[in-house]
Design a binder for this molecule. Structure first.
Ligand code: XIL
Length: 364
């Protein structure tokens, strides 16, 4: 509710603000990131159903980006119809029912406007109903067996891929097959419900099913955060090497939810170089860089870090599919308190936006 009132106030202020000549930029008054990066890689953003209600944000998305991701609407929590799953389980414990209520709006928007979609995410330990992992889809019952969970995993992946490909052929160009499997402290697989039910090979099995049901040419990614930290990086590399050996993975997604200066650009560079060395595709899937306040110095440091990350990815443009920011305006970010994005609350491009732009311009 608080978030909605804040957004309404911003919208009203924006309208008032725009009455003053010269104070209101239209979406064509400044360059387009996707044009600046054309021929190099896609530039994208995460959006939500709410984003699409705002006509100005729709214009910004269409002009600035070539690829979008649903911030929440294509996660298991949104796609699984657990009530229906429980009904079906009376006949078949592995049956899975899905629904695409929010996803549909985002896929329609992408299809109508010629935008690609990166699917996020098939398997994750978060934003997945607990009941999905239990016998009868009932949290009061025991965790389901490996056999049941492999059945549910295959059915879920098949249903999601079949539904999206049938109605939106070619729109989803890539998927995060598994998200955040590596634990920050142990540097190896976290003991998630997937791990507890299926076991050590659950990530590999997910890639196997994803490959089996994905349309030709759809790229399959493993996606994680804190890649720049050596302990975690070692675990991620070990997992990627195992997946590469099985032949079903295409690439790695660096989330990059950072703060200015943390981790350092040196650490980020080393991590990107190491994973690039594995010879797989790369993407920055969820870029945002937090600052403590909107002081001029902070905004400029934020710009510098956005620019440095883009320059780094441009070094690997042959391997990079896309760089995607995780949202549009600071106030709608999941890290709203840290002003981490490239548009301000008035939907104006921030210095960070120009940092991304300059990196491309200086390359040409
Ligand atoms: C976040 C969304 O942006 C929020 O709206 C939601 O409340 C929580 O999830 N890593 C991921 C994303 O892979 O799915 C997360 O998205 C951010 C961290």
């Amino acid at each position: 509710m608080k978030r909605i009132s804040a957004m309404l106030i911003t919208a009203v202020l924006t309208v008032l603000f725009c009455i003053i000549p010269g104070q209101c930029e239209t979406t064509t008054d400044y360059p387009s990131l996707k044009e600046a990066y054309e021929g190099k890689f896609d530039i994208g953003t995460a959006i939500s159903q709410q984003t699409l209600v705002d006509m100005k944000l729709r214009e910004i998305i269409i002009r600035q980006f070539s690829i979008i991701t649903a911030g929440n609407e294509m996660k298991p929590q949104s796609l699984l119809d657990i009530t229906k799953c429980a009904e079906l389980a009376r006949e078949d414990e592995t049956a899975v029912a899905v629904r695409f209520t929010g996803a549909k709006l985002i896929l329609d928007f992408a299809q109508k406007n010629g935008l690609k979609v990166h699917g996020h995410t098939l398997l994750w330990h978060e934003q997945t109903p607990e009941a999905f992992f239990h016998e009868g889809y009932d949290t009061k019952k025991a965790l389901a067996s490996r056999e049941i969970m492999l059945g549910r995993m295959e059915n879920y992946i098949r249903e999601v891929m079949a539904w999206t490909e049938e109605r939106y052929p070619g729109v989803i160009v890539s998927w995060d097959v598994v998200n955040e499997a590596i634990h920050d402290n142990t540097g190896w697989l976290r003991k998630s419900n997937w791990y507890k039910t299926v076991g050590e090979d659950y990530v590999a099995r997910a890639f196997e099913f994803a490959r089996k049901y994905a349309a030709d040419g759809v790229l399959l990614y493993y996606n994680d955060y804190n890649t720049a930290y050596p302990g975690k990086l070692n675990g991620i590399v070990k997992l990627l090497e195992q997946l590469i050996a099985e032949g079903n993975i295409d690439g790695y997604g660096f989330q990059m939810h950072h703060k200015v200066g943390s981790p350092s650009m040196d650490m980020i560079t080393r991590a990107v170089e190491r994973i690039a060395g594995l010879g797989i595709r790369l993407r920055v899937s969820e870029l945002d860089i937090g600052i403590n306040s909107k002081s001029e110095t902070n905004l400029n440091n934020q710009k510098a870090m956005y620019k440095a990350i883009m320059k780094l990815m441009l070094r690997f443009s042959d391997q990079t599919e896309a760089v995607q920011v995780w949202g549009l305006t600071d106030d709608s970010s999941w890290r709203a308190g840290t002003y981490p994005l490239i548009f301000d609350n008035f939907r104006k491009p921030k210095p960070a936006f120009y940092g991304m732009l300059e990196a491309a311009e200086e390359q040409n």
